[in-house]
Design a protein. Structure first.
Length: 141
């Protein structure tokens, strides 16, 4: 993964594992008035190095991304605050991506949670139909 290529092997493996396996991340966008806003998101680190997430349409994060595409993404911390992973990137709302219920890797990661919270992948895809793609620009650990 190019994003982690500068890290020593042990750190690289740890970070890449977290990027693949963590279920939650904190997405920070900046409102037009300059206020940063962080929200929890489900995410998928893709083979091409981009990050895929889904949102309900009309949410503030989508408006903020339209005004200022610079975002940060932080993985939930471990129990004692070590193993932090933070990224900066450029986000865009994508209209050419598959819906959540058509993304096999996303479903593999979140099927259990989708079932528990939304019933079916189709229902989740209806509710969370806006697609955001983040292209990471910097990784911090």
């Amino acid at each position: 993964m190019e994003l982690t290529s500068h890290l020593p092997p042990g750190d690289r493996e740890r970070v890449e594992t977290r990027l693949r396996q963590n279920l939650m991340a904190w997405l920070t966008t900046v409102r037009p008035d300059g206020q940063p806003v962080s929200v929890p998101v489900w995410f998928l680190m893709r083979e091409d190095g981009t990050i895929l997430l889904y949102s309900q349409p009309g949410k503030q994060k989508l408006r903020s991304i339209a005004d200022n595409p610079k975002v940060s993404l932080g993985l939930d911390v471990t129990d004692i605050g070590r193993n932090i992973v933070r990224m900066e990137g450029i986000a865009r709302v994508a209209h050419d991506e598959l819906a959540a219920d058509q993304q096999p890797a996303y479903l593999a990661k979140y099927t259990e949670r989708i079932g528990a919270m939304f019933g079916t992948p189709e229902r989740f895809a209806e509710l969370f139909s806006a697609v955001v793609i983040i292209t990471p620009t910097k990784l911090r650990i």
